[in-house]
Design a binder for this molecule. Structure first.
Ligand SMILES: [Zn+2]
Length: 61
C-alpha cells in the first residue's frame, strides 16, 4: 500500500494514467457556500474528470 497522496486513476477513454490536475472553486448563487472543484485532465486524450467536494463540506482548510 503506497501513500503518495494521489489516487491512481485510469482514463476511461484511453486507459492512460497521467493526469493534469486543476483546482478551482464554485461559488454558489447565494455566496455563502463554496464548493471545491478538482479537474483531472488526461494528458493523452484531454478527457476531463470532474470531482466536487471531495473532502466534504465538513473539512475546512
Ligand atoms: Zn485519456
Amino acid at each position: 500500500m503506497t501513500d503518495q497522496g494521489t489516487p491512481r486513476l485510469t482514463c476511461p477513454l484511453c486507459q492512460g494514467t497521467d493526469f493534469q490536475q486543476e483546482t478551482g472553486r464554485l461559488d454558489s448563487t447565494w455566496g455563502f457556500t463554496s464548493h471545491k472543484m478538482t479537474l483531472l485532465i488526461c494528458v493523452n486524450c484531454r478527457y476531463i474528470l470532474h470531482f466536487y467536494d471531495r473532502n466534504s463540506i465538513f473539512d475546512f482548510d
